[in-house]
Write a protein that binds this ligand. Structure first.
Ligand SMILES: C[S@@+](CC[C@H](N)C(=O)[O-])C[C@H]1O[C@@H](n2cnc3c(N)ncnc32)[C@H](O)[C@@H]1O
Length: 487
């Protein structure tokens, strides 16, 4: 479940929620972090160039203005992406690929937000908050094109400068946008020399690195900067569907779509032959093995991706969720796909089935830090303390799962966050209680994620970054999962 506990969008540049920061001073007046030169923690180049380089549409200034407007609504007005898209008249005026392009630019700017701002500051003689919001927004979308999407400099700069000239609130800043973006194109080191983790507020990168180590932190940040792909789970025959939809069949059976696909127009949507589900999110249900005829409680089920996976493999699923509104989504999804499952709106901590389940899938509510690449503004809306409230709830839900199932039954525990406090530590506590034993995940069960299995037999779905061809990376949301057996 997404946590957006602390309110509005990424603060405008130097808000209190931002960095303690690169440019801030400690009590003795020293800079707390150096911004110049190569940072020893920085990873080698990320591979975003290879994903999008040279393939961006050569659209005009209108899509840049729309991207800046969308970004401004998110950053300065606290809108989320959907609200910003719906309220931007400049976005509304765009058609076809221009709409996708404007959205992609705004999204890239948000995915690398803190790192772009830190690099931008090195070009400026005043703090970012002293710049007009519309001008600043254009600078951010200009830099996102150059540095994140690796757009050719001539296209990105000219069209963004033109957007400044055409957009009244930014028109006085045209000269500045021109000068800064030309410099950004010439001197990308200002961005590239910063560690990938500067995309986040300081407290968050510190939280990641103290829990996961520096290398894993940088890897997660690098993955956030890549444009998330759309994966489908198909009822059957992924190879055939990959061919039909001109996508790629991933080793674990998902179909990865080419970017820009319009989902509802694709073959098989109306017939309910597939649903959208990130590849990592498909692994927990697969780890039950053969589920035909088993009764399975899906404890935090909405919108129902895992329910549908289990139902399509012949399990008798009860989909349980606290939220009536969200369980309605499960029903809609079941209806479209023609799959069957019982639905139950209730608090899984207290509800118990009439007959114990053979197995339980617990996709517990969590800090959702593993899906930030899809909602990058969330990093700037959370706070450090807000993250600590989940493990207590997760432990209670594990206890509830125990009470709902037969001895010898399997529970799959998963969360979409890499934080050990919500993952492996919850699972270790369950095993230490003597009520569960671990059933380690084996490499054969998780093609593409063999490297991601930990010593305890759980799995953290991070890609392997040190492979020779980064195009082979299976990027995905970051899920932790473990399999336990009720004693
Ligand atoms: C991460 S989402 C689940 C995603 C889902 N399993 C899927 O694959 O589509 C977490 C869900 O947990 C539900 N939830 C939170 N607390 C709950 C509780 N105490 N009992 C039941 N559901 C709960 C939320 O309403 C939310 O829909």
């Amino acid at each position: 479940m997404n946590d957006t506990s602390s309110g509005k969008g990424p603060r405008s540049p130097r808000g209190p929620n931002r960095r303690s920061g690169p440019n801030s001073q400690n009590s003795s007046g020293e800079r707390t972090r150096s911004r110049s030169g190569k940072n020893p923690r920085s990873k080698p180049q990320d591979n975003s160039t290879k994903r999008t380089g040279g393939k961006l549409p050569q659209n005009g200034w209108q899509s840049r203005r729309a991207a800046a407007d969308i970004l401004m609504r998110i950053v300065h007005e606290g809108a989320d992406m959907d609200e910003a898209l719906a309220s931007s008249k400049f976005f509304d005026e765009l058609e076809g690929p221009d709409r996708g392009f404007a959205r992609a630019i705004a999204s890239a700017a948000l995915r690398a937000f803190g790192r772009i701002d830190d690099a931008l500051e090195t070009y400026l003689d005043r703090p970012l908050e002293k710049i007009d919001p519309a001008v600043l927004s254009l600078l951010r979308v200009g830099c996102a094109q150059l540095w994140v999407l690796k757009a050719p400099s001539y296209a990105a700069v000219d069209a963004t400068v033109e957007a400044a000239r055409q957009w009244k609130p930014a028109s006085r800043g045209g000269g500045m946008v021109n000068a800064i973006l030309r410099r950004a194109g010439r001197e990308p080191e200002a961005y590239e020399s910063l560690p990938a983790s500067r995309i986040w507020p300081d407290w968050l990168s510190e939280r990641f690195s103290s829990a996961l180590g520096e290398e894993t932190t940088q890897n997660i940040a690098m993955m956030q900067m890549l444009e998330p792909r759309i994966d489908l789970t198909v009822k059957s025959d992924p190879e055939a569907w990959a061919q039909k939809l001109e996508g790629t069949a991933l080793p674990s059976g998902s179909v990865r779509l080419p970017t820009g696909a319009s989902l509802t127009e694709l073959e098989g949507y109306v017939e309910g032959e597939w649903w959208v589900q990130d590849v990592a999110a498909t692994l927990p249900a697969q780890l039950f093995g053969d589920v035909k005829g088993l009764s399975i409680g899906d404890l935090c089920a909405a919108p129902g991706g895992k329910t549908m996976q289990l139902a399509s493999k012949g399990a008798k699923v009860t989909a349980i969720d606290l939220s009536e509104q969200r369980i309605e989504k499960v029903r809609e999804n079941l209806e479209r796909t023609g799959l069957k499952a019982k639905t139950q709106v209730t608090d899984a901590r207290h509800w118990r089935p009439a007959e114990p389940f053979d197995a339980v899938l617990l996709d517990a509510p969590c800090s959702a830090l593993g899906t930030l690449r899809r909602h990058p503004e969330g990093a700037w809306r959370r706070n450090d303390k807000g993250l600590d409230r989940y493990s207590g709830l997760q432990i209670k839900l594990v206890q509830a799962a125990y009470d709902m199932m037969k001895s010898g039954g399997t529970m799959l525990y998963c969360v979409c966050t890499p934080l050990p406090a919500e993952g492996i530590e919850v699972v270790k506590e369950a095993v230490d209680s003597g009520k569960w034993i671990s059933k380690p995940i084996t490499p054969e069960e998780v093609p593409g994620y063999e490297h991601a299995i930990d010593d305890f037999g759980g799995l953290l779905s991070l890609p392997k970054f040190d492979i020779e061809n980064p195009e082979d990376l299976i990027t995905s949301d970051v899920f932790y999962m473990a399999r336990l057996e009720k004693v």
